[in-house]
Structure formats: structure tokens, C-alpha cells
Write a protein that binds this ligand. Sequence first.
Ligand SMILES: [Zn+2]
Length: 147
Amino acid sequence: MRTDKPPETPNPVKASAGRADPLVMDMYDLVQRQQIKSARFEARRATAELDHQRRTARQDRDEIHDRVEHLTLVCEAMWALLRDRTGMTDADLDRMIDDLDLADGRRDRKRTATPTRCECGSAIPVGSDQCLFCERPVDRRPIFDRI
Ligand SMILES: [Zn+2]
């Protein structure tokens, strides 16, 4: 959104101590109306842009929600197959979830990517496929760090 103000038009009545030429006053009114029209146009444009951004954000949120629901369904189906065919229990799954959750030292119900170190000793950011300092390629990361 633009925040710069239009140039201010000097008021001819103030500038002439109350005795402004009617033609100058007409010109002043014309300039003022044009500035008001431009400001209204800019306000409508900014409102339309904001509405578009809100719609896009809502669509993104809904799409993420749908993907999470689908992933949850796929995880549930995989777990049902595994449980039914191996004899593992929900308690086994809970223990493994806790173990993985605590691998980063915090119980936050989130997965944290495994930190990677380059041979040169530098930390390699998650998502990078090479060292930022020596440009050595990263060895294959654990499968869930590649998602
Ligand atoms: Zn390196």
C-alpha cells in the first residue's frame, strides 16, 4: 500500500490575505477535487488488494487443513495395517511417539529435523543440500528430514 501523500496545494485565500482571484479559487477547487478523487481511487485499490490477500490466505489455510486431514487418514490407515499384522499395540505407538518427540530434548508434540554437521564442522540448515561455507554436498539425510 502506498503511504506517500500527494503534494500539498497552497491555499490561495491564505496566500493572498483573503482577497484571492475567483479564477485562482476555481483552479484551487479543481486541484483539490482531483486530489480527493485520486485519494479515493487509491483507497479503493488498496481495499481491493487487501480483499484479494485475505481470500488467498483463506484458500491457503483451507488447502493446508485438507492436506493435514488427508495425511492423518493415511497415517491412521498405515498404523491400522501395522498393528493388525504385527501385534503391536497403541501403547507401543505412544511410546515411540514420545521417544521421537523427546529426541530434540523438548516434549512439544512436534517433530524437529535432525541437525546436520558438515565435515568442516559447520551446521547445515534444514533444507540445504550443501554446506554454506565449504559447499560440500550433504550426505543423505534421514528420510523424514527430506520431506
Ligand atoms: Zn562445510
